[in-house]
Design a protein around this ligand. Sequence first.
Ligand code: SF4
Length: 445
Amino acid sequence: MALTGLQIYKLLPQTNCKECGFPTCLAFAMKLAAKQAELKACPYVSEESKRQLEAAAQPPVRLITIATGERKAVAGNEIVLFRHEKTFYNPVPIFVRVKDTDADLAAKVKELDAFSVDYVGMKLRLNGVAIENASGDANKFATAVETVRSVSDFPLILIAKDPAAFEAAMAKANGAIPLLYAADASNWQAMAELAKKFKTPLAVKADGLDALANLTEQIKGAGVEDLVLDPGARDFLGTLTLATQIRRLAIRKNFRPLGYPIITFPGEGVQSPDEEPVLAAQHIGKYAGFIVLDHFTPARAYALLVLRQNIYTDPQKPIQVQPGLYEINSPKPESPVLVTTNFSITYFSVSNEVEGAGLPAWLLVADAEGMSVLTAWAAGKFDADRIAKAVKTANVEAKVSRKRLVLPGAVSVLLGEVEESLPGWQVDVGPREAVDIPAYLKVKP
Ligand code: SF4
């Protein structure tokens, strides 16, 4: 059971020395109770208190790692129900199911592994494959695992009913630490032995939360701590209800038997493949730990990877690019200098338009604390002083022969001040929208 702030306070040194970054031990205790601080921030906790407090400071959803060499798929360690309360930490690893009956297994896995999406300067990728023993034959399963391992370092989920099939497959896993799916009421002792033997995480499947919690307690009692939950439901309402209950129990009540990531199979809960990404999107928001897709297409995967990126971006820290002077299409000294802010989406909107049009330009990115043009201007983070500072810090004058700056149209109001701050520069106002920049540059190169 989680400790309250006052219970935690009684275990702290109570000297109010502030070294933890909080003004008092009580303030620190309250943050610990809310899972918004880490115990190691206080250097003076006694060993006995530490033992008691560490249990309370444990993240309510256990961190689970599936690994193949350096490549890892990680879920858990979440501490809030809603992203705006703080942030979500580990973006849901997305797997695609393949089968040991697939004729073109190697080619399929290579295609999945090569798939990547360029999104505001990041490469978004799938996280692994789930290999299913659809044949029911342990040798075929082992051969499929060997084939996949020979063409990819994807993290793996192994899906089978027979413990002997896992035993055969693990012999060909070549050092990978897959998730074994799944232990249920009928086989959990054998599956727990396998998970202990191969030091793998283990998925646990039961229908309903009572049965699931009983089973995780039994398996934990048998010595396996790294568990993943499958509460049985597959449809929209069922998965939403159970996943929400599990997350609430884990985070609000610190209910340890359900304090593990959830695995979902959205392809099993829909009528047509086109509905799969809709259900998967629901699972990304609430509250999958691992997702296994059945119907991969680049378009569906693109949408899910971008959605996941947005949900798992810290809302307090916008995605930013480094301020500075960027070159687009090998600019010459007489090329124009376009000004924008360091919010990634703003930066990429502008640079993609100019690059796509094949126009050479300098792009001066001012430090606006990661905000978009209008937001930054309204917050006082994008003004004449900052623009002038960016021109000087990036030493723009040394690179251009024509001192001409183009401001974003949305901040035309800054024109006079920028002219005053940068004597000798010609300052123009460009279009409001990035999409209109190529046409503008063609008229006013
Ligand atoms: S560092 Fe420890 S002793 Fe000092 S104020 Fe924080 S909790 Fe109290």
